[in-house]
Design a protein around this ligand. Structure first.
Ligand code: ATP
Ligand code: MG
Length: 197
């Protein structure tokens, strides 16, 4: 099987993530896309991340209508920071016959040289890279020439949505119904998430 892996904080998951996953799935002929929420992402240490159980619950609500989307809680099960390279290595060892595609937005690709052990990441997975509005995909790839042979590209319509914007809108009392699945918006309201900026 061709397995897409979409790692992220998903605080909260939003329509941009779903559009990203769906475009990767169809264009790269992925059989499934696994969303992998981060436990304690060290790159976002400057703000408090919503506990994993809430982020996982929102992901489950977001993917119920998508038969080819799944979730792996592998990073939530490990306390402390988890590294993409370790996650991919563990998943690859569990699924020896599968081909992995680690899905990243172009902004995340630009960060890749600062990731932990990028060589080990591309040992276990191709990098499936989308364009994200406002970021130059060509420049991002040029910055990591040694990874270029492991990069495959796909297109998606630019979507400006970010979790940061959603948290800010909720804190300001603004509507987020166009940005997240309805069930996720309801969950955020019911659990009073993101009420303070
Ligand atoms: P935050 O604003 O908190 O950083 P985010 O919206 O960027 O959140 P993440 O969980 O950090 O969401 O992102 C997970 C992955 O999804 C990353 O690879 C990121 O590049 C990608 N991504 C997020 N939003 C979009 C979008 N609107 N279009 C394309 N890719 C996106
Ligand atoms: Mg981000």
């Amino acid at each position: 099987m061709n397995v897409g892996i979409l790692g992220g904080t998903f605080d909260p998951v939003h329509n941009g993530h779903l559009i990203l996953a769906e475009h990767a799935r169809t264009q790269l002929a992925l059989d499934i896309v696994l969303f992998v929420p981060a436990g304690e992402p060290w790159r976002k240490a400057h703000r408090t991340i919503t506990p994993g159980e809430y982020r996982l619950a929102m992901l489950m609500l977001a993917i119920t209508d998508h038969a080819q989307f799944g979730i792996s809680d592998i990073e939530l099960r490990h306390p402390g920071p988890t590294y993409t390279a370790d996650t991919l290595e563990t998943l690859a060892a569990e699924r020896l016959d599968d081909e992995f595609y680690f899905i990243v937005g172009a902004d995340a690709l630009a960060d890749l040289p600062t990731w932990h052990d990028p060589a080990r990441i591309v040992k276990h997975a191709m990098l499936a890279v989308a364009d994200r509005n406002g970021h130059e995909l060509e420049a991002a790839i040029a910055a990591v020439p040694e990874l270029a042979p492991r990069i495959v590209r796909f297109n998606m319509p630019p979507t400006q949505i970010s979790s940061t914007e959603i948290r800010a809108r909720v804190a300001a009392g603004d509507d987020i119904s166009a940005l997240v699945p309805a069930a996720v918006a309801r969950y955020i309201a019911e659990h009073r998430l993101y009420t303070t900026a």
